[in-house]
Design a protein around this ligand. Structure first.
Ligand SMILES: Nc1ncnc2c1ncn2[C@@H]1O[C@H](COP(=O)(O)OP(=O)(O)OP(=O)(O)O)[C@@H](O)[C@H]1O
Ligand SMILES: [Mg+2]
Length: 309
């Protein structure tokens, strides 16, 4: 069964798709069979990053049952053949109002794909679709830039994802689910307290649901001045979400990234020695450690490291 890794951010435009395309290519070059899945409903553009302007089929074909086997939607990307892409869907009535059964079917099919690693670009925002697509994974990556707005949106996203994960542990129409749905929580601790007021056994269930939820951070567009904001983000997430987020890697601000997007090639292919490409090498190694269930990823912030900007 493939390992599914989801990539989210809360705020739009911070570099999720750029991360998915570069990481996917590097992992494939390292011998993994990788499928990228564009689940940015309404904002799908991963195919463009690879210069695929007219995808032969997209997730829309799957949702409308024109194609019933998800494997048939995985289009090989030129080089290496072990990298494939399932292009995303546009904003249609079907996708805007994606029924639960269709989401479940998609998730079932994803888990059966013939690959080692599936990288899911879940798009921006905090809609139920986005949260559910994020939570379907085995590992969670969260991309942020050091901008305070990006930090705040990421914090909101992770908090809501944690609450949604707790909620999904309870059956619909359970009094606990009702209590959770009707209140605006400020932290995961508050959620656990609310569950505890309704039922003691509920707390254990909620804690179990949160046990595997440890998103790892990728910090993008870093400059030498960024460090302080990053520590603030980590403290905020620890305090309010109770999650001790590890940093999987820092990607510097790099004009070669913009060049690579204009040339429809991942930066790791166009300019493998560019600072951003070198950062991806490290991130890919850390992702492989995650996938292989190796030692806990080292937090690069514990050791100050020069960021090439
Ligand atoms: N490290 C970087 N250095 C310089 N520019 C960057 C870097 N990362 C991203 N960018 C710029 O940010 C733009 C947005 O990146 P990308 O499309 O990957 O973001 P996104 O989070 O997927 O956006 P959306 O939420 O709209 O899907 C890129 O086109 C590029 O110009
Ligand atoms: Mg994107």
């Amino acid at each position: 069964m493939p390992t599914i890794i989801s990539v989210a951010s809360g705020k739009g435009g911070v570099g999720k798709s750029m991360v998915v395309s570069n990481l996917g290519l590097l992992l494939a070059q390292k011998g993994q069979r990788v499928i990228l899945v564009d689940m940015d409903i309404g904002g799908a553009n991963l195919h463009i990053l690879f210069g695929m302007f007219h995808p032969p089929s997209t997730l829309t074909d799957f949702f409308t049952n024109r194609l019933t086997n998800l494997e048939d939607l995985a289009h090989p990307l030129a080089n290496p053949a072990s990298l494939r892409l399932i292009p995303g869907t546009g904003e249609t009535l079907i996708t805007a109002n994606l029924q639960h059964a269709k989401k479940k079917r998609l998730i079932r099919h994803l888990k059966k794909l013939d690959a080692d690693i599936i990288l899911v670009d879940v798009g921006a925002g905090t809609s139920y679709h986005t949260l559910d697509f994020f939570l379907l994974a085995d590992h969670f990556l969260a991309v942020a830039t050091p901008d305070p707005t990006s930090v705040l949106d990421l914090y909101r996203f992770i908090k809501l994802a944690a609450i949604r994960k707790v909620l999904s542990a309870f059956l619909a129409r359970d009094p606990i689910a009702d209590a959770l749905l009707s209140k605006d929580f400020h932290s995961v601790t508050e959620v656990l307290e609310a569950v505890g007021r309704t039922s003691e056994s509920g707390v254990t269930l909620a804690q179990q649901a949160l046990r595997g939820f440890q998103p790892a951070l990728i910090l993008n567009r870093m400059t030498l001045k960024s460090r302080i904001n990053t520590l603030h983000l980590q403290n905020l997430l620890k305090q309010y979400v109770g999650a001790n987020l590890s940093v999987l890697g820092n990607i510097p601000e790099d004009s070669q990234v913009q060049q690579s997007i204009l040339k429809y090639l991942p930066v790791v292919e166009l300019s493998p020695k560019a600072p951003a490409a070198l950062a991806f090498e490290e991130i890919a190694k850390n992702v492989l450690k995650l996938v292989r269930g190796g030692k806990e990823t080292k937090n690069p912030l514990e050791e100050p490291r020069k960021i090439r900007a």
